[in-house]
Design a protein around this ligand. Structure first.
Ligand code: ADP
Ligand code: AMP
Length: 215
């Protein structure tokens, strides 16, 4: 199954991606996680991306297209993949289409998470992350042990871009640059919209019901 998780920042894509990885045994490709790992490691790519990320701006398309091309051709994508946070612009979606034709792995479904802005702000401002990519929330989804990741035991932290100003900018950027992709994928007939406001496990059940249509 080749899946795109689509929706605004804070919609729950990363949270559901982790559940899908366990369920379908296919990798999550989260461009935000890849960029954050590069920032942490101080790579050239990370240094170039950091200033965009801190402000809540998109990192330039050519950087992301290069990342995604390399990642999709890795062996673990053979039986499917979950794209989380990519594509975010029309040029990224066009490039993805070309890459997928080349490697003969078309997208099966685009899952579009709908969550109102006020919930997004509340979710993002309480979000805690782990470097392994796991995502928690101080109130809605706390870890079992305070300050520690359930999945890997590492310390969890607040993301540098989960500040009030950067969040507002990310929501604006989403509306201007990313939201147009809803029509882009709707025209191809593979877009399915889901209610992202319900409990995490309820959202996952809804996703599994949608995916059973494509299995
Ligand atoms: P995204 O990857 O789309 O940016 P995340 O999966 O990181 O979003 O979720 C954003 C925040 O919202 C996290 O703190 C997460 O724990 C919380 N969250 C995710 N799904 C739900 C949900 N269905 N209900 C309440 N909180 C949620
Ligand atoms: P995310 O973890 O998906 O919320 O992404 C965090 C930040 O990484 C974004 O605000 C962007 O600065 C950058 N980023 C992640 N994915 C992309 C993408 N596909 N295109 C451009 N920038 C991205």
């Amino acid at each position: 199954m080749n899946i795109i998780l689509f929706g605004p920042p804070g919609a729950g894509k990363g949270t559901q991606a982790k559940k899908l990885v366990d369920f379908y045994k296919i990798p999550q490709i989260a461009t935000g996680d890849i960029l954050r790992a590069n920032v942490r490691e101080g790579t050239e790519l990370g240094l170039a991306a950091k200033s965009y990320m801190d402000k809540g701006e998109l990192v330039p398309d050519e950087v992301l297209i290069g990342i995604i091309k390399n990642r999709l051709t890795e062996a673990d994508c053979e039986n499917g993949f979950i794209l989380d946070g990519y594509p975010r612009t029309i040029p990224q979606a066009d490039a993805l289409g070309e890459i997928l034709v080349e490697i003969e792995k078309p997208i099966d479904v685009v899952l579009n998470f709908e969550v109102p802005d006020k919930d997004l702000v509340e979710r993002i401002s309480g979000r805690l992350m782990c470097k392994c990519g796991a995502s928690y929330h101080k109130t809605f989804n706390p870890p079992e042990k305070d300050g520690t990741c359930d999945a890997c035991g590492a310390e969890i932290y607040q993301r540098a871009d989960d500040t009030a100003e950067a969040v507002q900018n990310r929501l604006d950027v989403y509306k201007k640059q990313t939201q147009p992709l809803i029509d882009y994928y709707d025209e191809t007939g593979i877009l399915r919209t889901l209610d992202g406001t319900t409990d995490i496990n309820v959202v996952f059940e809804e996703i599994k019901a949608i995916l059973s249509e494509f299995a």
